[in-house]
Design a protein around this ligand. Structure first.
Ligand code: SAM
Length: 345
């Protein structure tokens, strides 16, 4: 019984924890610390420098301490922990923008429709809340568009490493031209271009995502000469390539929409073309796994879902591709499903 109560209480505190985290990031608390010096800072000094109310600021710092993101010392002094450092804007693996998106106003608002969505069998949380789909909202509301694109790059700080680890033994020698469909600001593609210098690549994206050259990864990673950004619509036309990669794309869409996208890729792929689908794959055997939670986020946010390997296999088959393999990084956090172009002789 005590364990059962503990289980429910832990879940009950979930949103409070993530909202404390969100407040800490929004108020720039993690950026205030001098990580080189590592000296604790007094709560009053933190509040003064960030323009916070002293008493309420201290209570937020204390809560961040209870989550292991700060450490509280004597006399209301705090230092930043290793986990807290991941929330700084200058950390190379920063998760700051991912938190700002995931716990920000739009994404928290759509979750409140979950019971109604499940009851009605209509997956339209964004439309219920904002009267339009998420990508239309991102185009119209600059603040959401920017937060979304920055959040994707921030999550890619982890996911790109996982993809590279998953494909570490993959033979890329016959891939000359790689297209990242819905590739955001190019985090994944440009890191792959750094790793495979013989490859040239393209990122197909919605125009508003790639309009600001300053935000794109190609120049930051010095692969601008081998990377093209193409404004377009993957439901209409994709660039020709001999390999495609799509990270966190198919989970945005229902099965019919996925098949439309996959058929477009199949049509433009070279004869021996292949495709890499990067997603949170739902394990066959159930059990705790955050793919199942991401699936509910997709249910609230748009028409998409997370899928099992078998479900990806069926999507590939329905669009002319043949399932070839699935690759995982050592931590198993994501799956890279490989398909090859199947053409009847
Ligand atoms: C969930 S995000 C993933 C972005 C990136 N692949 C990543 O993993 O960071 C989905 C991306 O698909 C893009 N997208 C949505 N609809 C699109 C369309 N019709 N054509 C091209 N890209 C589209 C969005 O702009 C967004 O960047």
């Amino acid at each position: 019984m005590a364990d059962a109560q503990e289980t429910v209480l832990e879940l009950f505190y979930g949103r409070w924890r993530s909202q404390v985290l969100y407040a800490g990031v929004t108020l720039d608390i993690f950026d205030i610390f001098d990580v080189a010096e590592r000296a604790p800072m007094h709560a009053t000094q933190i509040a003064r420098e960030l323009g916070l109310d002293c008493a309420l600021g201290y209570r937020l710092l204390r809560a961040l301490g209870s989550l292991g993101l700060l450490q509280e010392h004597d006399a209301h002094a705090f230092s930043i922990t290793e986990a807290g450092e991941l929330l700084r804007s200058d950390h190379p693996q920063s998760m700051r923008d991912a938190i700002l998106l995931r716990e920000g106003p739009e994404h928290t608002a759509v979750w409140k429709h979950l019971p109604a969505i499940v009851r009605d069998g209509r997956q339209d949380g964004f439309v219920r809340e904002f009267g339009t789909t998420a990508f239309d909202h991102a185009t119209r509301e600059l603040s959401y568009g920017k937060a979304f694109d920055a959040g994707m790059s921030s999550q890619s700080n982890l996911q790109t490493t996982w993809v590279i680890e998953a494909l570490r033994d993959y033979d890329f020698s016959s891939v000359a031209n790689l297209c990242d469909v819905g590739g955001g600001r190019g985090h994944l593609l440009c890191h792959l271009l750094v790793r495979y210098p013989h490859v040239v690549g393209s990122v197909l994206e919605r125009p508003s995502v790639i309009g600001d050259g300053q935000m794109l990864w190609a120049d930051k990673l010095e692969v601008g000469g081998r990377c093209r950004y193409i404004a377009g619509d993957m439901f209409v036309e994709v660039p020709a390539a001999d390999a495609y990669i799509m990270k966190m794309i198919l989970h945005d869409w229902n099965d019919d929409e996925c098949v439309r996208i996959l058929r477009n890729l199949h049509r433009r792929a070279s004869r021996a073309g292949r495709i890499f689908i990067v997603e949170h794959v739902i394990p066959d055997s159930g059990g705790p796994d955050y793919a199942a939670l991401f699936d509910i986020h997709m249910m609230c946010w748009g028409t998409g879902r997370e899928r099992t390997v078998q479900e990806y296999r069926s999507l590939l088959q329905a669009s002319g591709w043949e399932f070839a393999a699935i690759w995982f990084p050592p931590n198993g956090a994501i799956g890279v499903i490989e398909g090859t172009k199947f053409e009847s002789p």
